[in-house]
Design a protein around this ligand. Structure first.
Ligand code: TXA
Ligand code: MG
Length: 324
């Protein structure tokens, strides 16, 4: 595998060509790093599953360069979905739409719908445009981590997760740290009104303001359940515990205004919710690098992105499937 740091135009072109030739390219997005393959190439897509160790019935998000590519992958698109795409793309939002003929079972996990996203990251957009200029139609990309593990927000984390599974011709594009830090909001737009499947930076308020619909969100558990979304996910090796008092030697993640308990190892002190999202996965990884047994998370209160942080930390804390 080759790593291009702050890739030049030519290096991005080389990566686009690698995708077209059926290789994998990990690339930065504003949410987390993705592991990309040509979304029309079954063999290339099957390598995503083997490199991630992910079950093949889990659908993949197809990344496109702009709203203009939407009609290639989706059909019968609801008006409110068009409004969302116009308002928030490029951005941290995935729309679930009815699939076109182009979206094969090996992308959708056999479902009749497709997840689409236009990422807001210059390298990702340049890669998409380069790929499309070679005749490519979309890049399938899940987060570039092993199945069930913490999503990577840096190229170093991608290398650590997947380096030993990638082949010689695969490429990692290093574009620095992801701006948002948690995965895109996933909005099911296949019904008459929108439904949030995974909370993220495009919050329910934003969706409601744009569509005029009241948005469904399971407030009780602060997490959304959907087919393809497992309860246990986003987990480091350390045991994650929510909201308990930390004992000496435990890792500790909380907003900066919450003091570190005696003997605990502070992994992050974000000063606001946006900061919390940005540093959260990095902090979990750091806990593993320090070989901590336990990480205590004090979840942030409130709406907006805080809901996404509670969702991910809740999932990191529940380990109902074993994946390592
Ligand atoms: O921010 C993100 O969305 C990142 C970056 C790389 O774009 N991607 C990402 O992909 O988080 P992934 O595969 O790690 O998570 C996407 C989730 C999966 O749980 C998948 O099952 C679900 O979205 N998903 C994808 N397509 C779907 C569909 N058609 N219907 C329902 N769920 C879908
Ligand atoms: Mg993922």
């Amino acid at each position: 595998m080759e790593i291009f740091s702050n890739p030049t135009h030519d290096e991005i072109k080389k990566a686009a060509k690698a995708l077209k030739d059926g290789h994998l390219v990990a690339f930065p997005t504003e949410t987390v790093y993705g592991l990309g393959a040509d979304a029309t190439n079954e063999k290339a897509v099957s390598r995503i599953y083997s490199v991630k160790g992910r079950p093949t019935d889990h659908p993949l998000i197809v990344h496109i360069s702009s709203i203009n590519q939407l009609g290639k992958w989706a059909r019968d698109i609801q008006d409110y979905a068009i409004k969302l795409a116009k308002e928030f793309w490029p951005g941290p939002m995935t729309l679930i739409l009815k699939r076109s003929e182009l979206a094969k079972d090996f992308i959708t996990g056999g479902q009749d719908n497709i997840g689409l996203r236009v990422p807001n990251q210059p390298i990702a957009l340049a890669l998409l445009r380069g790929f499309e200029s070679l005749g490519g139609l979309g890049i399938a990309a899940p987060s570039a981590n092993r199945f069930g593990a913490v999503s990577p927000t840096t190229a170093g984390a991608v290398e650590e997760e997947l380096g030993s599974f990638l082949e010689l011709e695969d490429i990692i594009l290093d574009g620095g740290s992801s701006e948002v830090g948690v995965e895109s909001s996933i909005i099911d737009c296949t019904k008459d009104y929108p439904f949030v499947l995974r909370p993220g930076a495009i919050t329910t308020d934003l969706i409601e303001n744009t569509t005029g619909f009241k948005v469904q969100l399971n407030q009780d558990k602060n997490e959304i359940r959907a087919s393809g979304l497992l309860e246990s996910h986003y987990s480091p090796k350390a045991k994650v515990v929510i909201g308990k008092t930390a004992e000496p030697g435990d890792g500790f993640i909380a907003l900066a205004n919450i003091p570190t308990p005696a003997g605990a190892i502070r992994l992050a002190s974000p000063s606001n919710i946006e900061d919390y999202a940005r540093v959260f996965y990095k902090a979990l990884r750091e806990g593993d690098q320090k070989a901590l047994k336990k990480i205590i998370i004090i979840q942030p209160d409130g709406d907006g992105l805080a809901i996404a942080i509670r969702d991910r930390s809740g999932k990191a804390a529940s380990r109902k499937v074993t994946f390592r």
